[in-house]
Design a binder for this molecule. Structure first.
Ligand SMILES: [Fe+2]
Ligand SMILES: [Fe+2]
Length: 180
């Protein structure tokens, strides 16, 4: 059976590919500001705007209905980490703007915040995949999982989000060819 947790894990695979290639971007000989700009765009729009909003607006509320506390415990930690991630990508984007305005020292700030983001998201996804989603699979009924999948589908099938996902997959694939 397709499950909502599996659907979220599929998003994670793409986000893990992105963070792996961002780490390589920070180690590359050639610094390409446009690639960091695009990476920040994918984080803001796909990892956060698309994936984290599926978790925060659909998945976590269902967990709350099935007895998971939201002000403490694993769901609260996950929400807190989403906020930390938003803060890091905001700082990364601000540094990208500074670099483009001629401040070459902003490059180190871009690298620092990009790498902190990758570290945070790597551990966040591992906690979701290995702990929270397994707890969720035990707590959710088959009909809960189907309801969640249907609600995710409403978001995923919008033209804007279909185009966004296609764009992100294409860009990550291009990065992977450049940064081996
Ligand atoms: Fe999350
Ligand atoms: Fe997630």
């Amino acid at each position: 059976m397709d499950t909502a947790t599996k659907n979220l894990e599929n998003d994670h695979e793409l986000i893990l590919r992105l963070i792996e290639v961002i780490v390589k971007m920070t180690r590359a000989d050639n610094f390409n500001i446009a690639h960091f700009e695009k990476a920040a765009y994918i984080i803001r729009n796909f990892a956060d705007g698309f994936h984290h909003s599926k978790e925060e607006n659909i998945f976590f509320p269902m967990l709350a209905k099935r007895g998971f506390p939201t002000r403490q415990g694993p769901v609260a930690v996950m929400i807190h980490e989403h906020t930390e991630g938003r803060d890091l990508v905001k700082k990364m984007s601000e540094a990208i703007d500074q670099f483009k305005e001629g401040d070459s020292s902003a490059k180190e700030v871009i690298f620092y915040n990009a790498l902190e983001y990758c570290k945070l998201l790597g551990s966040h996804i591992s906690k979701e995949n290995n702990i929270l989603f397994r707890m969720a699979d035990n707590a959710l009924s088959d009909s809960d999982q189907l309801q969640l999948l249907s609600d995710f589908g409403d978001i995923e099938k919008s033209k804007r989000n279909e185009d966004l996902k296609r764009e992100c997959i294409a860009s990550i694939g291009e990065f992977e060819l450049v940064y081996e």
